[in-house]
Design a protein around this ligand. Structure first.
Ligand SMILES: Cc1ncc(COP(=O)(O)O)c(C=O)c1O
Length: 473
């Protein structure tokens, strides 16, 4: 212990020996707990989660500097070598990344010069605080761009650059709750977990709505659930691309359902567009997300389709709603209407930089490329006899969960039950997909040889027509 800071010291490791860089969690060391509390290590199936364990399989310990300058030189060299090896592992991990919707293709070299500044946009983007090292001018430029994209006039919107899509959801649902304090939150079962977290955080009544096999909200079920709660306003989370299947909820049908059920002006819609919020506007046949429709807010993640070295996001809502949520803060000389206090002032500059470089046309091209490549992947998987599905407006290809966890980790695939997905982002080329397919097909040829392991059935997840298990092929 040093002062009140607890530090794990591993002295031998500074004397020439290098500690191992953490690679990934060793699956054998992780306790998997199923929903009933029993252990469930190994196998594929429906795994539970790691609960209540602080597992230190690997860590880079923080050690106290030595008073001796000579040793300090060694320390610097050691730290440089740790960082160099870490960088190498990042390069390798970046090459084999298919499962998360992050565009890893960007070059922000020109912004390196800003790294020495502690840029913080605390407070309201539109009300300058006393803290001068900020980037509000970039932030507001980016917000204007998004407000234009989603068709809300400059003097009618309010928004801010968030830390991530989750913060956008937390904010959007909070605005809805402030507008309708006794409102019930409705969200489809396939909504992101942050939506249900918001309900828990704000102690809101939350109704889960069924989904169609595509992953879209089932508006027949929605209607019947609305009818049971006609006395309370409705706050709805509409998915502009679900996490696992990339399904887009039918916003127009959601609005129609609300109106038909008598909710006319007693609803608030938050659109969770974490990934597709920025892709949909560039897909010709896609339904429009627009503030010309009766929606209250839209959020998107900045590090997903745009691509950014740090997580970030954008939240846009109607100016008329924000007063309900705001408080003046004398100490800041600004207004508090955000979820967080301090806010990353670098993120808006990164977003501003990419929006300026690519513009609407650049994004449109990238969206088209992603959709084309996603179709290519889906077609090739199906041609190899692998169950696969791709929603119409999506670049998320869903397929049978690979039977080899090492393969899943190597390609960083996100899996749920019997399915896995690849999210085709701008950095994912046909060559990369070919490498992946080649490896998958080769590995797969051994998985079912023993006759005991069966091809997973994915009919319940994606529909029988996309499943090739023994029963459905
Ligand atoms: C539909 C959806 N909403 C929200 C989020 C949360 O975004 P973030 O990871 O930026 O917090 C995700 C993340 O994948 C998502 O898929």
């Amino acid at each position: 212990m040093v002062g009140s800071v607890e530090i794990e010291v591993i002295p031998s490791e500074l004397n020439g020996k290098h500690e191992q860089l953490p690679e990934e969690i060793d699956p054998e060391s992780v306790l998997i707990v199923n929903e009933n509390g029993g252990n469930e290590n190994g196998g594929n199936g429906n795994k539970g989660m790691v609960l209540g364990r602080n597992i230190h399989t690997s860590c880079l310990a923080v050690t106290e500097p030595d008073v001796d300058d000579e040793v300090t030189g060694d320390r610097e060299a050691h730290m440089a070598s740790v960082l160099a090896r870490y960088r190498k592992s990042l390069l390798e991990r970046t090459k084999h990344h298919l499962g998360y919707p992050y565009n890893l293709d960007f070059d922000y070299g020109a912004l390196g010069q800003l790294q020495h500044f502690s840029i913080n946009n605390l407070g309201d983007p539109f009300i300058e605080s006393n803290y001068g090292v900020h980037s509000r001018q970039f932030e507001v430029g980016v917000l204007d761009w998004f407000a234009r994209l989603w068709e809300l006039e400059k003097d009618e919107y309010w928004g801010y650059i968030t830390n991530c899509g989750t913060e956008g959801n937390l904010h959007g649902i909070l605005v809805g709750r402030e507008v309708y304090p006794d409102g019930i939150l409705y969200a489809s079962r396939e909504s992101h977990y942050s939506v249900f977290k918001a309900a828990r955080m704000y102690r809101m009544e939350c109704v889960k709505v069924d989904t169609l096999v595509s992953g879209e909200i089932d508006c027949i079920d929605f209607k019947s659930k609305l009818q049971l709660n006609k006395d309370k306003p409705a706050i709805i989370n509409v998915n502009i691309g679900t996490t696992v299947k990339g399904a887009v909820d039918d916003l127009d049908l959601v609005i129609k359902t609300l109106e038909e059920t008598g909710f006319h002006d007693r609803f608030y819609i938050h659109c969770d567009g974490a990934l597709f919020g920025l892709m949909m506007p560039f897909v010709k046949r896609a339904p429009k997300v627009s503030f010309k429709k009766p929606i209250g807010s839209v959020s998107v993640s900045g590090h997903k389709f745009v691509g950014c070295p740090m997580p970030c996001g954008v939240q846009i809502t109607r100016l008329e709603h924000i007063n309900a949520l705001s408080r003046n803060v004398e100490y800041l000389a600004s207004r508090d209407a955000t979820i967080m206090g301090s806010r990353n002032g670098h993120a808006p500059i990164f977003l501003w930089y990419t929006l300026n470089r690519k513009g609407y046309k650049g994004f449109q091209k990238e969206v088209q490329k992603c959709l084309r490549n996603a179709h290519y992947l889906k077609d090739r998987l199906q041609a190899e006899g692998i169950g696969a599905m791709l929603n119409e407006l999506s670049s998320t290809v869903v397929f049978e969960r690979p039977q080899d966890e090492e393969f899943v980790r190597r390609w960083q695939l996100a899996c749920q039950g019997n399915i896995a997905h690849v999210v085709v982002m701008p950095n994912i080329t046909i060559e990369k997909l070919d490498d992946f397919l080649e490896e998958l097909v080769e590995k797969r040829s051994t998985w079912f040889q023993d006759g005991k392991t069966q091809k997973p059935c994915i009919a319940a997840d994606v529909g029988t027509e996309f499943c090739v298990c023994a029963l459905h092929k």
